[in-house]
Design a protein around this ligand. Structure first.
Ligand code: FMN
Length: 352
């Protein structure tokens, strides 16, 4: 590993919309009975945070990770087939790990949550944030932010269905849009969920309407944290660098940060945050370290699925890891042209 900030400097700057507030001291993160400690976790990322990505993140310093969102009907119908069994597979070294549920019918949530508990997930997270058309149009994910009664019925059903020692958590956006009604509904769900025993809430400070475009409103996160007092809030949005993660913790007072796009292709971000907390400049992986981790990720992916599925996953990850390579464009193009694992390994041999 080499100390350099040049690669981090290429990432977008964090967004902060108000004058600098006084820095809030960092605290160990707790999710209900679980002592997570280090307050930067690996977010749920559909298409990415499978067992392989989660294991890599844990090995490189993430104290807690979340699996990609699963639709409740899909979980209920999931058979123990080779093609799909990896969705519910958890390696021993992954714990604590959260499973995330999304759905439309409140009655499906309880049984689906129980299936996640039986699979070994340590936390059950409910998704009230997904903005994609098929989710919102299908009355799932972010749709529920407009329906506080339904959302809280879902919370009740999940909390009642899973054993009391298993924390139930929520993922929310800051609302459907920026209207006053949307803000009121957000706080109705937030307060109602904590009253019903939810252990922590992750707030992505973009609206559903924003999808992934435009700034995440960190000022909103500061308001949410000061509203809930001692209750646990994790912040999300615009955490592309270790410095941004530390800034969000210190400026908004949230109890933890949920690192999403900033961790795809940079699993070292968790170590980099630790470095910054210790007053060191963040270590940046040299090419040999990048090769080691890419190959480790690939092996884990093949073990969990099969060479064909692993090759498309690792192609997607390769495109992201390429950003840290001294020749990012060439390496990106080489990964883009890799159509099987042999091609992918040839990129590693040529460039790493
Ligand atoms: C490709 C992709 C997949 C995502 N999948 C999920 C998911 O399955 N569950 C979830 O709660 N959030 C999901 N998110 C949202 C992220 O967890 C996070 O809240 C969002 O990306 C904002 O953080 P960022 O701006 O730092 O990336 C996803 C985001 C992206 C970009």
């Amino acid at each position: 590993m080499t100390n350099a900030t040049t690669q981090l400097d290429r990432m977008p700057a964090p967004v902060w919309n108000s004058p600098e507030p006084p820095a809030v001291p960092l605290r160990p993160l707790r999710i209900g009975p679980l002592e997570i400690g280090f307050p930067a976790v690996q977010a749920a990322l559909s298409g990415y945070s499978d067992g392989a990505m989660r294991t890599v993140a844990r090995r490189l310093g993430a104290p807690y990770t979340l699996a990609e969102v699963l639709i409740d009907r899909f979980i209920l119908e999931l058979k123990n087939r080779r093609k799909t069994q990896h969705y519910l597979q958890i390696a021993d070294e992954e714990h604590p790990v959260g499973g995330q549920l999304m759905g439309s019918n409140p009655a499906d949530f309880g049984p689906a949550a129980q299936k996640l508990v039986a699979a070994g997930f340590d936390v059950i997270d409910i998704n009230f944030g997904c903005p994609v058309k098929s989710a919102v149009g299908g009355c799932r994910g972010g749709y529920h932010l407009g329906q506080p009664d339904l959302a809280l019925e879902i919370v009740d059903r999940v909390r009642l269905a899973v054993p009391s020692q298993i924390p139930v958590t929520l993922k929310m956006r800051r609302g459907i849009d920026d209207t006053a009604e949307s803000r009121d509904r957000f706080f109705t769900i937030l307060d109602g969920a904590f009253e019903r025993g939810v252990a922590a809430i992750t707030v992505h400070a973009r609206t559903v309407g924003q999808k992934y475009v435009g700034p995440s409103n960190w000022e909103f996160l500061r308001q949410v944290k000061s509203h809930v007092g001692q209750r646990t809030i994790l912040g999300s949005g615009d955490l592309f660098t270790a410095q941004a993660c530390l800034d969000m913790l210190r400026r908004t007072g949230v109890d933890g940060v949920s690192v999403a796009r900033g961790a795809i292709g940079n699993p070292w971000i968790f170590q980099q945050i630790r470095d910054l907390i210790e007053g060191k400049s963040p270590t940046v992986p040299d090419v040999a370290e990048q090769r080691r981790v890419l190959q480790m990720h690939c092996e884990l992916s093949v073990q969990a699925t099969n060479p064909s599925a692993a090759s498309s996953t690792m192609r997607a990850f390769g495109l992201k890891f390429a950003r840290l390579h001294p020749n990012p464009e060439e390496v990106r193009n080489a990964f883009a042209a890799a159509h099987c694992l042999n091609d992918w390994n040839a990129v590693i041999e040529r460039w790493y």
